[in-house]
Design a protein around this ligand. Structure first.
Ligand code: GLA
Length: 348
């Protein structure tokens, strides 16, 4: 019998806890109702892929020996996943994205990779037999193969473990995931800053190196206090570590504010998180600062923060229900959503 499949994996918005994941700290993302849908079927020995937001299709004979030779380059994410799945077959797929195109900081490439791994990791008779933790690790490794950038595991866990109505407090040391209900009266807006971002070529890796340098001197940042950080001699390393230690604490505070439906406190933490990300961590830009200032001056918008890896991309804002931002860029009212899924359909 032959089968086709339809898989979906969401993008994510991170509410607080930025550049904390790769040092085993805390993050607080939520999966979105926007993401990547893939339909297709298994074919032996090759990869054929078309996408609604890419002009060129991908056609590769498998296995792919050297990812760097894959063209167009978006096919590297797919080839990298195929290379990481033991004994994987080929696939013929059509991809459609409901995330805006261009660098958004909303984990589009992770959503693509997670939606693509599901038909390789499941079978028609066992569609729900998914070891999501193992897949998150596999996709993280594959994305690193494709980009050369060593990220943390937040995006993959958010896309695979999303819970409708909740944000996820994730401890990136032991990978414990705690869903925390988003208060009804809180509307979460995502607004594109107008500046695209990509991980490759950004200062992401420099910041990660600074975090590792701090850890060499004061031990794991996830356990460090601000007094430990104060002993760091290099002012840049000290500022970066100050942000990471502060954001780890802010994740717990934000989760507690959500549990208490304390929206004033939640807004205050979001604002503090942005100031730390911009001033200590140096992840903001003039375009982002202008958009944050523009948003928080508007009625019904309580607070706004640059979200994701930094240096452009999207801003997350906490707003009154029904508030609409007055902006020229893409925006959405974000719904916290369930994680990735697949269904297999018999062609007979
Ligand atoms: C990117 C990475 C994540 C994380 C964030 C910053 O999205 O993929 O692992 O480090 O940046 O919080």
């Amino acid at each position: 019998m032959s089968y086709s499949f339809r898989s979906f994996a969401p993008g994510r918005v991170n509410l607080i806890g930025e550049h904390t994941d790769y040092t085993g700290g805390l993050v607080f993302p939520m999966a979105l109702d926007l993401g990547i849908t893939i339909t297709g079927r298994v074919i032996p020995g090759e990869l054929r892929a078309k996408s609604n937001n890419q002009s060129e299709p991908v056609h590769l004979r498998l296995p792919v020996e050297d990812l760097a030779t894959v063209s167009p380059s978006w096919g590297r994410f797919l080839a990298a996943v195929l290379n990481r799945v033991p004994d994987s077959t080929g696939l013929d797929v059509e991809i459609s994205s409901s995330l805006p195109s261009g660098g958004t900081g909303l984990s589009t490439s992770t959503a693509l990779s997670c939606a693509f791994v599901l038909p390789l990791a499941t079978t028609p008779d066992r569609p729900d037999d998914i070891d999501r933790l193992q897949l998150a690790k596999l996709v993280k490794a594959a994305e690193q193969d494709a980009t050369g950038v060593e990220t943390g595991i937040m995006d993959q866990l958010a896309s695979l473990f999303g819970v409708a109505g909740s944000a996820l407090m994730i401890d990136c040391h032991d990978l414990a995931i705690t869903p925390v209900v988003v208060p009804d009266e809180l509307q979460i807006l995502i607004v594109h800053s107008g500046q695209e971002r990509e991980l490759v070529g950004s200062e992401y890796s420099d910041r990660r190196e600074a975090c590792y340098a701090a850890q060499e001197q004061i031990g794991p940042l996830r356990l460090a206090t601000l007094s430990d950080v104060a002993t760091l001699k290099d002012p840049t390393v000290r500022r970066i570590a100050t942000h990471v230690v502060g954001d780890n604490a802010r994740v717990r505070l934000m989760a507690a504010a959500f549990e208490a439906s304390d929206l004033d406190l939640a807004a205050q933490i979001l604002t503090e998180g942005h100031r730390s990300y911009a001033d200590n961590f140096g992840a903001s830009t003039a375009t982002v600062e202008a958009m944050v200032a523009h948003l928080i001056a508007q009625p019904g918008i309580r607070a706004a923060r640059l979200t994701g890896g930094g240096f452009g991309g999207s801003i997350v804002a906490f707003a009154e229900p029904g508030a609409q931002p007055n902006v020229d860029t893409w925006w959405t009212a974000a719904a916290p959503s369930a994680g990735a899924n697949i269904s297999w359909i018999s062609d007979a």
